[in-house]
Design a protein around this ligand. Structure first.
Ligand SMILES: NC(=O)c1ccc[n+]([C@@H]2O[C@H](COP(=O)([O-])OP(=O)(O)OC[C@H]3O[C@@H](n4cnc5c(N)ncnc54)[C@H](OP(=O)(O)O)[C@@H]3O)[C@@H](O)[C@H]2O)c1
Length: 320
């Protein structure tokens, strides 16, 4: 704790979401005065709303986490709003923060889905523009990547200060378990728990299981955001990851084992795998602002399962 946040006023868009709640907790614990706008009051896809939000709250820092986010099924079903709403929200927030008096810095969240489908592993920030993203998450990934260019040209022309962070797949307590939006970890925890309860001998799983992912615990990601908001002044994007790659098969088998489901896993190769491999190089975050992830995957997974079992109604709530 440096005392930096004492008396600072921060707007966290999406601050009631999965990641946002943890960021808000950390900022408040560090002494910041934090405003958490809700989409029902400030729909950031609409022109003028972001300006109104900043006029109402007068922040020194804007942390933009609001987004439409989902897993592979959601990405396939809703490509149009995933592109347009994410593009509009970020565009409006960046411009509003640029013109509002008193905003020192804007933090923007990118996504590992912005990387090209085939990228040398570990993904380095320099590879971001080397190809088209995996098709199912391209609308979301490209909308988010456009925010980086927007922030960089604003920095160049107007001196707007920002930090652009690229987290890999997040997981942890507070994640969304409703099938319409859940990512692989919450989706599999829910299915394994249900299959165990119902005594099912088999469980279908999408894809071949050979694709890999890297999972970042939500507290680690939130810590990186708070540190970068204070310390990072550059215009280059910065990966946030753990340097540990786990196949989908290993992920599902580990979840099944931890939940205590011992039925057969039946892989369905007719369903998409998504991006073939994912692991980012987290070295720039360590080098530039001294952050690295701390939560071991098995412990983070156990905490997520425990939270889900203790909060099933809240976890499975339909977000729409
Ligand atoms: N989850 C991941 O694995 C992951 C990975 C990489 C990057 N990220 C990025 O991390 C950020 C947070 O993700 P998350 O998983 O915490 O998402 P989340 O739980 O879905 O939260 C997103 C929040 O965005 C707000 N929002 C949505 N539409 C809005 C609108 N039109 N106007 C204003 N606010 C709106 C919602 O606010 P209300 O609750 O008020 O409706 C919601 O709480 C996003 O930028 C995402 O792209 C996430």
């Amino acid at each position: 704790m440096t005392g930096f946040w004492n008396g600072r006023r921060v707007v966290v868009t999406g601050g009631a979401g999965f990641l946002g709640r943890v960021v808000v907790q950390k900022l408040r614990a560090a002494g910041a005065d934090v405003a958490v706008p809700r989409s029902r009051d400030y729909d950031l896809t609409h022109p003028g709303v972001a300006e109104q939000l900043l006029a109402d709250t007068s922040p020194t820092h804007v942390i933009h986490l609001a987004a439409r986010v989902g897993g592979i099924g959601y990405n396939q079903a809703q490509p149009a709003p995933l592109y347009l709403e994410n593009l509009l929200m970020g565009t409006h927030v960046i411009e509003a923060a640029r013109t509002a008096p008193g905003v020192d810095k804007t933090v923007l969240l990118g996504t590992v889905c912005s990387y090209p489908k085939f990228t040398p592993v570990p993904f380095r920030e320099e590879s971001l523009w080397d190809g088209y993203p995996e098709e199912t998450n391209a609308p979301y990934g490209i909308a988010k990547k456009a925010h980086l260019i927007h922030a960089q040209v604003n920095a160049q022309q107007y001196g707007q200060k920002f930090a652009y962070l690229i987290p890999t797949n997040l997981y942890g307590p507070g994640d969304k378990f409703h099938p319409s939006v859940s990512h692989v970890i919450p989706a599999r925890i829910k299915r394994c728990v249900e299959a165990k309860e119902l005594g099912e001998h088999k469980m279908d799983v999408w894809g071949t299981g050979t694709a890999s992912r890297e999972y970042l615990y939500v507290d680690d990601a939130a810590e990186a955001i708070v540190i970068a908001a204070e310390h990072y002044e550059g215009t280059d994007p910065v990966n946030l990851g753990t340097n540990r790659e786990v196949t989908i098969r290993e992920t599902v088998e580990l979840v099944a084992q931890m939940v205590g489901y011992d039925g057969e896993l039946v892989w369905d190769p007719t369903k998409p795998d998504g991006q073939p491999r994912r692991r980012v190089d987290p070295g720039r975050a360590e080098e530039l602002f001294g952050w690295h992830a701390r939560m071991p995957f098995e412990e983070g997974l156990q905490r997520t399962i425990d939270w889900y079992l203790a909060n099933r109604a809240e976890a499975e709530r339909d977000p729409f």
